[in-house]
Design a protein around this ligand. Structure first.
Ligand code: RM4
Ligand code: MN
Ligand code: MN
Length: 449
């Protein structure tokens, strides 16, 4: 922890030296950035601490929890995405896995709550996992869940996923999709990952295209083979999605199908909640509580959604929903009826913003929602709930939501060596422009790779 006034240890002393100094930000730059903002932060932090003290809540305990929050970064989120219509590349965006790692390292250096990267295969080409693992370590990063991809055809593959993968009517296609997932586990093992996330695009686009029940049976048959290949200490996250690309019916469409499937497979199978993968108006926080109650809450893909999109920046549309989700998570952590170890990841597509900035902004929004949930006066809330005092119970939540949580998030980040204002520091660093001279230009083809 670096405290104000103490001498900053150099990158080498702190074990953060990288082989090429051009590849991550200068710590001095972050120190200079912080020096100009520290007094104002201390002021804001002090004011919030006094507000919380009046409510009998200790700010330092909350700051400690904020500092321990860990969000995985999606390797694919570091590139510029696109819509069905267009992609607008920027100079200096990453063009290979190593460069994606470098951008993730910059994000982690600035915000200090994103220590791991979640790779997506075969988008991420990793020929030497041992070397990649070492490279990530040098950059101060580890690896989170590995993601399989059987929703697209790759040039070298024999069978096509046009009509599905794990649920396909043809055994040869299902076998190929199972084999790919098992390869992902092997790669993940070599990288030091502990989970496989399975999201499939399988489903139908027309009524009558398939028997809805049979597709799920075939899914279970394939998923059992993948499950059997999981190492002892691994988990398999089953991610549901309401629609897209299967616009009539999706095989794993909702949390109900997901939890039934996870129960069929066994204890290592858990449900993954991607915030954007629900019908409009669905009560996601209640789903979170249910999944925890039955011991099947595996983790999250954080993002936001307004219409049918599933990849907008976290907290950009409905920060209150994010707060209510974290409210359930704070309750779930205290309620030990089931194991509580959810894996948190950001899953977004950035079409017109700089991906590093969007990921920093989302990490902040997620941590802010968490801190607001931690600031809820739980004892008071429980009394009001017991007395059926509806309005005061609601107001207790509102009183926490209404507080500005940012000084806690910023102070935790500063004390961990990050930047008080990560996006401003990123801009001051000139990182993107500096990469433009060494990284190749990318194409305009749509897609989020
Ligand atoms: C899907 C889903 C998966 C992600 C892909 C790229 O909609 O959210 O988690 O891996 O997109
Ligand atoms: Mn997702
Ligand atoms: Mn998605």
């Amino acid at each position: 922890m670096s405290m104000p006034g103490t001498r900053r240890r150099s990158r080498v002393e702190r074990g953060l030296a990288v082989t090429n100094s051009n590849r991550s930000l200068d710590e001095e730059l972050i120190a200079r950035h912080n020096a100009t903002r520290l007094a104002a932060l201390q002021d804001d932090y002090g004011a919030l601490s006094r507000t919380l003290e009046r409510r009998g809540i200790a700010i330092d305990a909350i700051k400690g929890k904020a500092a321990r929050l860990e969000l995985a970064l999606p390797s694919w989120g570091t590139g510029i995405g696109g819509t069905r219509f267009a992609r607008f590349p920027v100079l200096g965006e990453p063009t290979c896995f190593d460069e994606k790692l470098e951008d993730c390292a910059v994000i982690q250096q600035l915000c200090r709550i994103t220590p791991r990267v979640s790779p997506h295969f075969p988008w991420d080409k990793i020929s030497d996992p041992r070397a990649t693992r070492e490279r990530a370590q040098q950059l101060g990063l580890g690896f989170d869940a590995v993601n399989s991809n059987t929703f697209q055809d790759q040039a070298e593959q024999k069978q096509s996923y046009r009509f599905g993968s794990l649920t396909h009517t043809s055994a040869a296609v299902r076998d190929q999709a199972v084999a790919h997932n098992i390869e992902c586990i092997q790669l993940g093992r070599a990288l030091g990952s502990k989970a496989l996330t399975v999201w499939i695009g399988d489903g139908t686009n027309f009524p009558g295209q398939q028997q809805l029940g049979d597709s799920l049976d075939r899914y279970l048959g394939s998923a059992r083979l993948i499950y059997a290949a999981l190492p002892e200490d691994w988990r398999m996250f089953i991610e549901h999605k309401l629609y897209e690309p299967a616009f009539y019916s999706t095989v794993i469409s909702d949390w109900g199908t997901s939890i039934l499937t996870a129960k069929e497979l066994g204890p290592k199978a858990k449900c993954l909640v991607d915030l954007g993968h629900h019908a409009p108006s669905v009560n996601i926080e209640q789903i979170v509580a249910r999944l925890h109650a039955f011991g099947k809450l595996g983790g999250f893909h954080f993002n936001d959604s307004k219409y049918g999109d599933d990849d907008l920046d976290s907290g950009s549309i409905n920060p209150h929903q994010l707060f209510l989700v974290f409210n359930e998570l704070v309750i779930a952590e205290q309620d030990r009826r089931a194991e509580f170890d959810p894996a948190y990841m950001i899953d977004q597509s950035h079409n017109i913003t700089d991906p590093v900035e969007s990921l920093l902004s989302s990490a902040e929004a997620i941590c802010v929602a968490f801190v607001k949930a931690l600031m809820v006066d739980r004892a008071l809330l429980s009394d009001y709930q017991g007395a059926n005092d509806v309005l005061m119970a609601f107001r207790t939540l509102r009183d926490a939501y209404g507080l500005d949580a940012r000084p806690i998030v910023a102070m935790a980040r500063f004390e961990a060596g990050g930047a008080i204002d990560p996006i401003a520091a990123f801009r001051e660093s000139g990182w993107r422009a500096s990469q433009a001279s060494t990284r190749k230009a990318t194409g305009r083809a749509a897609g989020i790779v």
